[in-house]
Ligand binder design. Structure first.
Ligand SMILES: Nc1nc2c(ncn2[C@@H]2O[C@H](COP(=O)(O)OP(=O)(O)OP(=O)(O)O)[C@@H](O)[C@H]2O)c(=O)[nH]1
Ligand SMILES: [Mg+2]
Length: 450
């Protein structure tokens, strides 16, 4: 009988010992690797601690880091009492961030909310109010409420506040829209109102009539209805935010409190000229209103901002003089203002009168000149505030604080030469002149490329 060949056994044994050897080698490599990781962590945390100590030492030496923290206001007794646990709000004012917006503008809305939260509201948690002429979609609500750090409310504008009133002759309105479109008047043929991103300023007129949107409703709504919406009734102040804006600077104080404590009514960042052909009769109508309601003209009004060569009207003046409106207005896509002012008899009667003339539909009166004329005539000049410390952009214009401190501190990040204040379309130099703020022309141009 042929014995089992022995050489088969040694072969099996060598396979086993080879496996055993490989396992031992892997274990050794693994433990070596673990030692390396531990050593690396120790070295890294030592270095990290060393760097942190250096940064803290810099702060102590008088160069504190500028608002890079994400903490809430100091946890001291006063801030504790300021914190409203029912609403989760840190800011003390009856104020809201308000955005009129279409569902289709979700992306722009989200980037604006992110901007305002990061630069301001993450410390104050003011509520957001979203308004729309249509119901908000589930997605709009889901994503916007996810970003807001304060309470959120969504409201649909009542039909009466977003439709052509009976007293407006629709045939005349339609004919005027066609005429304005044919004459290439900006947004003239459009009920809707859209900016074209990155367009040159002033933007080119649209080529054809577009009656698919609701421009005129939006302008009328923003002129005379937003402040009386049910959801807005509980507030005294608003900050208007539009989709797609940018904020370039940290706002580490409460602008609503600033407005209240300094008796301000209206705050703006950019001022410019309106398109003349869209407000052909606005000033005549305003003159007519003031002639019939001169009691509303404020003793310290800003007529000299609105009309070239005018003096501010004196108490008892019954009219606005012969000068024409120079088209200067505060750009209303950013506003921090008092709702009480709009609800006042002076402004609401002014709006009702304007609305009764049909000018929002026959022409294309914008809410910016209407607000500016209202506040310029019926509020004191020193209640209008320019937020010079805000860096802001709404296509196609942007402004950037020019002082060095705002940039050296890290508070602002913007290109100082992209600055609408020194553009020939800006009305800010005029505002500075009439409101007694002296700015040397070269101060304006200091950081421009020109
Ligand atoms: N819900 C709704 N919002 C609108 C409509 N039209 C305009 N809006 C909003 O109204 C605001 C002004 O409209 P825009 O289209 O931004 O107008 P614009 O050309 O930027 O005008 P300015 O901002 O004044 O320069 C924005 O917040 C829009 O989202 C509309 O038909 N429905
Ligand atoms: Mg806009």
């Amino acid at each position: 009988m042929v014995p089992e060949p022995l050489w088969q056994c040694p072969d099996a044994g060598s396979r086993i010992s080879a496996r055993f050897f490989t396992r031992r080698l892997s274990l050794r490599i693994l433990s070596l690797l673990s030692i390396c990781v531990v050593l690396y962590n120790v070295a890294y945390s030592t270095e990290l601690r060393r760097r942190l100590e250096k940064v803290q030492a810099l702060g102590v030496a008088g160069q504190p880091r500028y608002r890079t923290d994400t903490t809430e206001p100091e946890d001291d007794p006063s801030s504790a009492t300021r914190y409203d646990t029912t609403t989760g709000q840190n800011g003390t004012e009856k104020a809201t961030l308000v955005m009129l917006v279409r569902n289709s503008e979700l992306d722009g809305a989200l980037s604006s909310i992110r901007m305002v939260e990061d630069r301001f509201n993450r410390r104050f948690h003011y509520p957001w109010t979203f308004l729309n002429d249509r119901p908000f979609t589930d997605d709009f609500i889901k994503y916007t409420s996810g970003l807001a750090s304060g309470p959120v409310e969504y409201a649909v504008v009542p039909e009466d506040d977003w439709s052509v009133p009976d007293h407006v002759n629709k045939t005349v309105m339609a004919a005027e829209m066609v005429r304005m479109a044919e004459e290439e008047i900006i947004y003239g043929g459009s009920l809707s109102y859209r900016y074209v991103p990155n367009q040159a300023f002033p933007p080119p007129a649209p080529a054809a009539a577009n009656d698919s949107g609701t421009l005129r409703h939006m302008c009328r709504f923003n002129s005379g209805f937003f402040y009386n919406q049910e959801v807005m009734r509980k507030y005294d102040w608003y900050w208007r935010v539009e989709p797609g804006i940018e904020l370039y600077c940290d706002i580490d104080y409460d602008p609503f409190t600033f407005m209240r404590e300094n008796k301000k009514i209206y705050g703006f960042v950019i001022s410019m000229y309106e398109f003349k052909d869209t407000i052909t009769t606005l000033w005549d109508r305003t003159r007519q209103f003031v002639a019939e309601n001169s009691q509303f003209l404020h003793a310290n009004n800003s007529l000299d901002f609105l009309v070239d060569g005018a003096q501010p009207s004196k108490p008892g003046d019954k009219h606005l003089g012969n000068g024409n409106y120079n088209l200067c207005h505060f750009w209303s896509n950013f506003e921090i203002a008092s709702l009480e002012f709009y609800r006042s008899e002076a402004y609401s009667r002014y709006f009702e009168f304007l609305d009764s003339t049909g000018g929002f539909f026959y022409e294309r009166w914008g809410d910016a000149p209407v607000h500016s004329i209202g506040v310029g005539l019926f509020a004191p000049k020193d209640s209008i505030h320019h937020f010079a410390d805000f860096g802001y952009s709404h296509a196609p214009c942007s402004r950037c604080p020019q002082d060095d401190e705002s940039h050296a501190s890290g508070r602002c990040l913007c290109n100082r030469s992209k600055h609408f204040d020194s553009d020939s379309y800006s009305c800010l130099p005029r505002w500075w002149r009439v409101s007694g703020i002296n700015k040397a022309p070269n101060e304006l141009l200091k950081h421009t490329d020109a």
